[in-house]
Design a protein around this ligand. Structure first.
Ligand code: HEM
Length: 189
């Protein structure tokens, strides 16, 4: 499996709150310039540990839980979206027959992908590169090459998945900007 280069996809969000605090307390020697930039992952809850509702008794980073929730909701939105669900025929056939192996693998890989892309430090993405994942010749689970309209439909479904989980308009805009950087790799016709 190829490792994806997420360098360009990484979004460092300006720590406006910290900057404001720095300006309000000019005597504070530790200036905001020495603080690491706040990432989108931090904005989503970051590394704060919370109970994992999917695995009672275990904990999960709040940022990861938020992204996983968005990912899982989005997969369901896509499954019902006749504009693009044809690309997911392998996955949908599996789930319809009660086999959730592929769903679980996709959920994990998409969650890892978004964790890394939004700035998480404690996870790695082990799936295919964005180009390979969306090339039917390299991924038999991708039923055809996507065009620009398909991409826009996917992003609209992602926004719906994010809204279902209460992400703010501002955070949704940042996730949208992030996925927009991947369009040239995903759109292959
Ligand atoms: C920026 C937008 C997108 C991102 C970040 C993204 C990300 C991913 C990732 C991480 C995987 C898993 C790869 C692996 O397991 O190795 C995947 C698989 C897939 N993607 Fe995308 N994708 C995007 C857009 C699209 C679009 C527009 C389509 C089609 C309309 C699409 C269709 C698929 C399909 C069919 C699979 C295989 C699903 C399965 O495992 O059954 N993706 N994508």
């Amino acid at each position: 499996m190829k490792k994806v280069n997420l360098g360009r996809a990484f979004i460092a969000v300006a720590a406006t709150g910290l900057l404001a605090a720095g300006m309000a307390l000019p005597s504070c020697k530790k200036s905001s310039s020495s603080s690491p930039a706040m990432t989108l992952y931090d904005s989503l809850g970051g590394t704060t540990m919370v109970a994992d509702p999917a695995a009672p008794g275990t904990m999960i980073e709040k940022g990861r839980l938020g992204l996983r929730s968005v990912v899982d909701s989005t997969i369901f939105v896509i499954a019902a979206d006749t504009a693009i669900n044809e690309y997911f025929t392998v996955l949908l056939a599996e789930v319809t027959s009660g086999n959730t192996t592929g769903f679980n693998a996709l959920s994990k890989n998409l969650t890892d992908f978004f964790c890394v892309a939004t700035g998480a430090k404690n996870f790695t993405y082990g799936g295919k590169s964005m180009t390979a994942a969306h090339d039917p010749a390299q991924n038999s689970r991708m039923n055809g090459k996507a065009n620009a309209a398909d991409f826009d439909a996917f992003v609209a479904d992602l926004v719906k998945g994010a809204q279902k989980n209460g992400l703010s308009t501002q955070l949704i805009g940042q996730v949208g900007a992030l996925v927009g950087t991947l369009k040239t790799q995903v759109v292959q016709r």
